[in-house]
Design a protein around this ligand. Structure first.
Ligand code: SAM
Length: 249
């Protein structure tokens, strides 16, 4: 890493080596209120997006799936129901701890025996090469400092024939809707963050980080550059959210 390398942190550009720590502080701050805030901010729609995402992944019984940046387990719980063996990984132990607690309450780990929790940085996984059948990352990749390194790691840990899926906010191309969403996200979401979680700044970052994330075609090119083939983008709500996928062949 060079001294001059910068990374986006919301609308700010900061020294790249600072991003991980600052993102870490954001998620430690929001961990306990993360799930309730997701419902409030998206008026429950994140549940539908996650359901759709998991439908695309089509987890199979006995498959090994890495849910990267898995946070409090929303994607992992959905996939474990299909009998897949899920490793939930996240860089932030506070987020994982909330997930472990939720899993315990739901009896999910006990029922399926298929959930493992592992603290990992998406950029430098400790897993060996070619061990997973699928890799998922939902609303996580925009928080990573070097997206190209995370994608390269995803490719490395997948088996041949393995599939990559990413759910991430993007930019809606629906006329009219994008203006409404702009006002909603910039003005209302930080206020909701203040009201519900007592934390306006963290939610301002989360919105700003969405705006700095590359548009769908550009991100698809990054996925291809990491070596994935037959890549696909499925926009939801005109691209407000998108499901990206690709294969390791
Ligand atoms: N996937 C979950 C969901 O959809 O509800 C959580 C998404 S949350 C918005 C983003 C997560 O990315 C946080 O839990 C955060 O700790 C994690 N994260 C950020 N940078 C990361 C990194 N470099 N490696 C692994 N996880 C990271």
């Amino acid at each position: 890493m060079t001294a001059s390398e910068t990374a986006s942190f919301g609308y700010e550009d900061i020294p790249a080596e600072e991003k991980e720590g600052r993102v870490g502080a954001i998620f430690s701050n929001v961990a306990r209120k993360y799930d309730v805030m997701n419902d409030a901010m998206s008026v429950g729609m994140h549940r539908l997006w996650k359901d759709k995402f998991v439908k695309r992944v089509r987890p199979q019984p006995g498959e090994a799936i890495l849910d990267m940046a898995g946070g409090t387990g929303d994607i992992a719980f959905r996939m474990a129901k299909h009998g897949a063996n899920i490793t939930v990984s996240d860089i932030n132990q506070d987020m994982l701890d909330v997930g472990i607690e939720r899993a315990g309450k739901r009896g999910i780990a006990k029922d399926t025996g298929g959930l493992e929790w592992s603290r990992q940085n998406a950029e430098e996984l400790t897993f060996p090469d070619r061990v997973f059948d699928a890799y998922t990352i939902a609303f996580g990749i925009r928080n990573v400092t070097h997206i190209d390194r995370a994608l390269a790691e995803a490719h490395r840990v997948l088996k041949f024939g393995g599939r990559f899926f990413c759910l991430e906010f993007s930019t809606t191309e629906w006329p009219g809707f994008s203006e409404i969403y702009d006002v909603y996200s910039h003005k209302l979401v930080p206020k909701l963050g203040q009201m519900i979680a007592g934390d306006e700044e963290s939610y301002r970052y989360l919105i700003e980080s969405i705006r700095r994330f590359p548009p769908m075609p550009e991100f698809e090119k990054m996925i291809q550059a990491a070596g994935f083939k037959r890549t696909k983008v499925e926009p939801i709500l005109g691209g407000l959210v998108a499901i990206h996928s690709g294969w390791k062949v």
